[in-house]
Design a protein around this ligand. Sequence first.
Ligand SMILES: [Zn+2]
Ligand SMILES: [Zn+2]
Length: 272
Amino acid sequence: MRLSILASGSSGNATVVEVDGTRVLVDCGISLRQLEKRLREVGLDVDCLDAVIVSHEHDDHIRGLEVLLRRHPLPVLASEGTAGALRRVPAVEGSMRAGRALRIGGLEILPVATSHDAREPVGFVFSHRGTRVALVTDTGTVTDPLAEQLAACNGLLLEANHDADLLRYGPYPWALKRRIASSTGHLSNGQARAAIERLAHDGLELVVAMHLSQENNRPDLAGEELARPLAGSRVNVEIARRDRPLVVEVGQALAGVGQLPLFGADGRAAVG
Ligand SMILES: [Zn+2]
Ligand SMILES: [Zn+2]
């Protein structure tokens, strides 16, 4: 399974999940122009997309959706609540429900309920031929049911939004700080680390820190914190960026590639 994280963070989110010729775009929070540019950078284009799935209606996840659909009519799936909040975008079908798996081409998609101040937000667990990868951002906490659904994943693309101290002592207004740190806000580095401690297992290959705050986090802080419970293991930890794509692959070991080093778009090992 190949994941091209085209953009991640509060300035815009978009990721392409690819298996055997099926390509699904998760969220479209960047402009069509940016989407086209970043797809080109990872060797893809809009015409090769099969569908769009939407995690929730916040602007950083849907900003480019309307223009994308106007130019490229694609099937769009979202939860009932998200679809209701996106009435402006008529093609969105409210046919997704947390806990009910669906299939697009060769990709199985399990929407999972997140804890976030949106109408009916979800994250996703993608499965293909025994490889499981979760993409979960915009959640104030990892609830027990969510943790159960994230068990046995080979890849965890997990929100590490803020460092608790940088948020606490940073420039944001008090009400916004309280919203971000709440159980329906965003996951901190420490909360993401705790989730990884709980979810790590022998089959885990890759962890990606997602949706980093520009103001209240730093890539080195997030990377250190998420790598801590994985010290001594072969799990690779990567940081998704807001300004450039990151390509990662999960499941090569299962496909028989074995110990060969695999590289992401920026030349760094994607699985190790
Ligand atoms: Zn977001
Ligand atoms: Zn959000």
